[in-house]
Design a binder for this molecule. Structure first.
Ligand code: UFG
Length: 333
């Protein structure tokens, strides 16, 4: 019999790619999502329930109806800058609701949990690339939210036999346009869609700070293709299914690119120059984030296949064209 995986936030960017991969691997996919970004998410391969993952009435109905094997949790607020300005919303959604959900899930005997953590838990790097032993010093409420939940998971694993895998994402990027999946944030704050839209629509791309402690003064990030990221969730789940112990892993490629390097690459992919404006630093940004990914490779057998930067930008560009050039989103045609 197919195993049913419940995906919180499964219509979002990373959740949807992971959900599709689960479906392709033969799992039954059940999604709870508020669809707050206005996504037209009606893929035939998943059952989508439009709800808040904190709605206990809906959760009761779902857990009564389905035999859930494991939960993947993607339903978080993610904009680092906004978390600095509105920490209460972030603690409410990313911490309180998550703990309540864990309690609910455990009360229904579901014990496997894959958590979307973040490299933001480390704060400014002391040593690059960063491995899992890097000290924690998150500088944004978002990073602190993720760290609190990691501590909760550790304690729940000891006390309540929760089996979890926590994946500390670096920068998710790219898309799977062939399967009508890609980045659809509203408002969009991420560098790649904003750069591509600036080039296409002759708008100005703002560089947030050129005075960072990096070779060219702009922030360096480790961009990982969303399909490689999604695969790690399935490997994490299968690792728990085969008796693996609860654990946490950095999830990045091990290579970093500066904002200026990204601009050059994006211009090459689109074949057009971009208007650029240098602005102030954005709240909550750190100089450099690059993963040491030895642990996830060794324990989960994860190997990135899609994360070449050209492929990331090309797939993101294809998705932008489908999504924003009048073609609209026609799912499962
Ligand atoms: N940037 C710009 N201009 C823009 C947008 C971004 O210069 O218009 C810069 C940012 O300052 C940053 C880099 O591009 O240096 C990447 O920014 P993104 O917003 O694309 O990604 P972040 O690194 O801020 O955020 C991502 C995830 C978060 C996660 C974080 C870890 O979206 O969920 O990585 O720090 F927490």
């Amino acid at each position: 019999m197919k195993k049913t995986i419940l995906i919180l936030g499964g219509a979002g960017y990373i959740g949807s790619h992971s959900a599709y991969l689960l479906y392709k691997r033969g799992y039954e996919v059940l999604i709870i999502d508020k669809l707050i970004h206005g996504q037209n998410f009606d893929h035939k391969w998943a059952t989508v329930i439009k709800a808040d993952f904190a709605d206990e009435k809906v959760l009761n109905q779902i857990f009564d109806k389905y035999k859930i094997d494991a939960v993947m949790h993607f339903a978080a607020f993610i904009e680092v800058g906004i978390s600095v300005k509105k920490p209460a919303n972030f603690y409410e959604n990313n911490v309180i609701k998550t703990i309540n959900f864990l309690d609910f899930m455990l009360s229904r005997g579901v014990k496997k949990f894959i958590f979307s953590s973040s490299c933001a838990i480390y704060g400014n790097p002391i040593k690059v690339p960063m491995n899992e032993k890097h000290p924690f010093d998150p500088i944004s409420p978002y990073g602190k939210n993720k760290l609190v939940i990691e501590f909760v998971l550790q304690d729940y694993a000891k006390a309540y036999d929760l089996k979890y895998v926590s994946l500390r994402y670096f920068n998710a990027a790219g898309a799977d346009p062939e399967n009508n999946l890609g980045e659809q944030h509203n408002p969009e704050t991420h560098i790649i869609p904003l750069m591509l839209r600036a080039i296409k629509n002759n708008k100005t791309f703002k560089i947030f700070g050129t005075d960072y402690n990096t070779p060219d003064g702009t922030c360096v990030r480790d961009y990982i293709h969303v399909l490689d990221l999604a695969l790690a969730h399935i490997l994490g789940l299968e690792y728990l299914n085969s008796g693996g112990k609860s654990d946490y892993f950095n999830l990045g490629t091990g290579k970093g690119y500066s904002v200026k390097e990204m601009i050059n690459m994006a211009q090459n992919v689109v074949g057009k120059k971009m208007n650029i404006q240098v602005c102030e630093r954005r709240l909550g940004d750190v100089d450099t984030l690059i993963a040491d990914n030895k642990k996830i490779k060794a324990i989960l057998g994860w190997i990135p296949k899609y994360s070449d930067l050209n492929n990331i930008l090309n797939t993101a560009f294809l998705w932008e064209n489908i999504n924003y050039e009048g073609v609209g989103i026609h799912l499962d045609k």
